[in-house]
Design a protein around this ligand. Structure first.
Ligand code: TXA
Ligand code: MG
Length: 319
């Protein structure tokens, strides 16, 4: 439901976020589909509602630069220069991730994208809920980015219980993304702040990084996707009773085989819930990857709903 962003609606939105729900949120660039960035299950719901066929890392929104240490490690001094100059505003910084940010937010990368939005309603909600908000654009996969509350409702409908109406977005184009995780800053996505303006503030040229793809369609198309170091092999069906070897790990969907010989097993969702499986996917892979195994075997996940996105990432990780 679309609501005018008075104090009652902001309080209702904050309560929804804290309960693990989703809220349609105006920013100065486009409307976002927001969830508590520390709640992996809520962030998995974002992908479900957007019907994204793959997990593309999300931008985390914070109320002001002092909140940055909650989600990221402090990057190089130049990152702080850009933050001081352009926040709040349409600038997203990619920095080394803080451990508290769940893997689904960063698609398993050890970096996180962060920005402070320049919109009074977004800032009011961030203040009211006291948690950083993960929010991609509030559109279904492949559709246009929403710049009005009505676009969000038309595109996502009942799946979003509350959309705060902040009027038409002033910028209408997404934030510029600058990556500070490497030896020198790179522009990953041109956006609301022109390259020349960023270069001026940095006092140096800003080369383009690997382009950020809004719609990664095929395995490997997303430039920097998480791939475990341990070779991954997808099983045609669930691991059988008595299967496995000590030097192998198993990523199981619902349960470990009753009797097995795997060196390590991670279970995605004991209840077979795809949102829970999605929320746990990257963290389970990271844990298995850290065990010095010779290989990881992966059970299939039902190819429906979020299962499609899970299988897509597993196919990429196995490629
Ligand atoms: O203006 C905006 O940035 C809007 C509003 C809602 O804030 N948000 C937005 O989010 O455009 P989204 O999810 O549609 O686009 C986020 C982009 C994705 O293309 C993703 O690949 C990239 O940011 N991204 C996120 N985390 C990243 C990371 N750790 N490293 C590289 N790219 C990242
Ligand atoms: Mg988008």
């Amino acid at each position: 439901m679309i609501k005018a962003p008075g104090s009652a609606a902001i309080a209702e939105a904050a309560a929804l976020i804290k309960a693990g729900g989703l809220v349609g949120l105006p920013t100065e660039t486009v409307y976002g589909l927001a969830a508590d960035a520390f709640n992996a299950r809520a962030c998995a719901r974002i992908f479900e509602v957007k019907a994204r066929p793959s997990f593309d890392p999300l931008i985390v929104h914070i109320a002001d630069a002092s909140e940055l240490p909650r989600v990221a490690q402090s990057g190089p001094a130049l990152a702080a220069v850009l933050a001081a100059r352009f926040w709040p505003g349409p600038l997203t910084l990619v920095l080394p991730k803080a451990a508290a940010v769940p893997g689904i937010v960063s698609s398993g990368l050890d970096t996180v994208a962060v920005r402070v939005p320049a919109h009074p309603v977004a800032l009011a909600l961030l203040q009211a809920c006291g948690t950083p908000l993960a929010a991609p654009s509030a559109n279904r996969f492949g559709q246009l980015s929403p710049t009005r509350a009505q676009h969000v409702q038309l595109g996502l409908g009942e799946a979003v219980p509350l959309i705060l109406d902040g009027g038409p977005c002033a910028a209408g184009v997404e934030s510029s993304i600058v990556d500070f995780s490497g030896p020198e800053p790179r522009l990953l996505r041109p956006g609301g702040i022109p390259r020349e303006v960023l270069e001026d503030a940095l006092g140096m040229r800003l080369p383009s990084g690997p382009a950020v793809l809004e719609k990664p369609l095929a395995p490997g198309q997303l430039a920097s996707h998480y791939a475990p170091r341990t070779p991954l092999r997808r099983l045609a069906q669930s691991a059988a009773h008595d299967s496995g070897e000590a030097h192998l790990g198993l990523l199981a969907f619902q349960a470990a085989p009753e009797h097995h010989h795997y060196g390590a097993v991670e279970v995605l969702s004991p209840s077979g819930n795809l949102a829970e499986a999605a929320a746990r996917l990257f963290d389970c892979l990271h844990r298995l990857d850290g065990q010095r195994l010779a290989g990881i075997e992966v059970e299939p996940v039902p190819a429906m709903g979020l299962g499609l996105a899970i299988n897509d990432r597993l196919a990429k990780a196995a490629a």
